[in-house]
Design a protein around this ligand. Structure first.
Ligand code: M6R
Length: 366
């Protein structure tokens, strides 16, 4: 049942090239240069007239929502707010009939997310669900939606659900951008082409597995770990930290790289590993100077870099290379080594990776 892998988590990490392909199959039609999704087409007027999009989710799905915020605002020029479902539902939020609420949930059963969309519906908002489990409560409660088609995710640590959620949200953002005219037809085509290359690039990123395991062995006994990223890769830093803490029980925090100097920099010494997403596109020079600041304080740097990078390689203690892609699509690639790093650390520590203590796959109580 684990398909030859030691754990479901590892199997699901390796399933990502296929899962991402399954997510865009039949929706991304490159030859015709269109994106087609029934749930979006049928409600195009609502999407185009929306004042803003509010994304509600929990945990890893909330991180996918943060990535989507960058993509929707960048490409489709629609204001987006991303909310923890648990906070949103109890805050007496301002919601109108011109708002669209997108609920993201792998299981479709998360109690807080379900309650948040019920609240949004009662205030007249249009609710769109992004779920993996077909026929789940959130999928049924939403006015419309799109499934990720990632296949069953058994490991409690969410992996392929995250990358497929980002994939579908990217498709939606691109479709709306095209309809609104906020993207040129040549840029649109470029995105479609690059999206189709993502599964192959994820495959390539997975090949760093043995190298990542070696790094995991060096840092497995750390008490703390910091994850830094900027722009599109800030949410990836949060996700990397969540993966590490939930399965290895090592305290980890994700931060926007530039926030480091507003507090977390005080934590840095020779015992602190810091995972930095430092790919070429997107604030590269700024991240390089963040890395220099860490080095000056003797922090240990594990950098996720673009293939062929030389500048960061000189500064970092370890580099993990990933294939280059467009900045907006980079979270789909940079996430992969972070998943593998936490997996290997947890396995080396002898933890129960698929069923970490105190956690349930779907949180059906508030
Ligand atoms: O099923 P959902 O996507 O609604 O679940 C949300 C969170 O409970 C979930 O992502 C959780 O944070 C994972 N264990 C993270 O790996």
């Amino acid at each position: 049942e684990k398909g030859g892998y030691d754990h479901f988590m590892l199997k699901e990490i390796h399933e990502q090239p296929k899962a991402i392909t399954d997510t865009y199959r039949g929706r991304l039609l490159r030859n015709e240069a269109i994106i087609k999704m029934a749930g979006v087409e049928d409600n195009m007027k609502k999407f185009l007239n929306a004042n803003r999009i509010i994304i509600v989710a929990c945990g890893t799905s909330w991180h996918a929502g943060l990535v989507a915020e960058y993509i929707f605002e960048d490409l489709a020029r629609i204001p987006v707010e991303v909310e923890y479902a648990s906070e949103f539902r109890y805050r007496n939020p301002v919601i109108t009939e011109n708002d669209i609420v997108i609920a993201i949930s792998q299981s479709g059963e998360t109690a807080d997310t379900l309650a948040a969309i019920k609240l949004a519906k009662s205030k007249g908002a249009f609710v769109f669900g992004v779920c993996n489990v077909v026929g789940s409560s959130i999928a049924r409660e939403a006015d419309a939606g799109a499934y990720t088609h990632a296949g069953p995710e058994i490991g409690v640590a969410s992996t392929k659900a995250f990358t497929t959620q980002i994939t579908i949200l990217t498709l939606i953002a691109l479709r709306l951008a095209r309809a609104k005219g906020t993207i040129s037809s040549s840029d649109f085509r470029h995105y479609l082409l690059e999206l189709e290359m993502i599964p192959g690039k994820v495959e390539k990123a997975l090949q760093a597995d043995a190298h990542i395991k070696m790094i995991a062995d060096i840092y497995k006994d750390s008490r703390n770990c910091l994850y830094l990223g900027r722009g599109y890769n800030f949410p990836v830093a949060l996700e990397g930290a969540l993966k590490l803490k939930e399965i290895s029980y090592i305290h980890a925090e994700g931060y926007p790289a530039a926030e480091m100097k507003h507090g977390p920099i005080a934590l840095i010494d020779e015992n602190m590993p810091i995972v930095v997403i430092a790919t070429k596109k997107g604030h590269y020079d700024k991240v390089v100077s963040n890395i220099q600041e860490i080095k000056a304080r003797k922090g240990k740097i594990i950098a996720i870099v673009t293939e062929g990078d030389e500048q960061v390689r000189e500064l970092a203690d370890h580099v993990i290379e990933v294939p280059e892609t467009m900045e907006a699509l980079s979270p789909l690639i940079t996430t992969i080594p972070l998943q593998l790093l936490s997996y290997h650390i947890a396995v080396l520590l002898g933890k129960n990776v698929d069923q970490p203590r105190n956690l349930a796959k779907s949180v059906t109580v508030e």
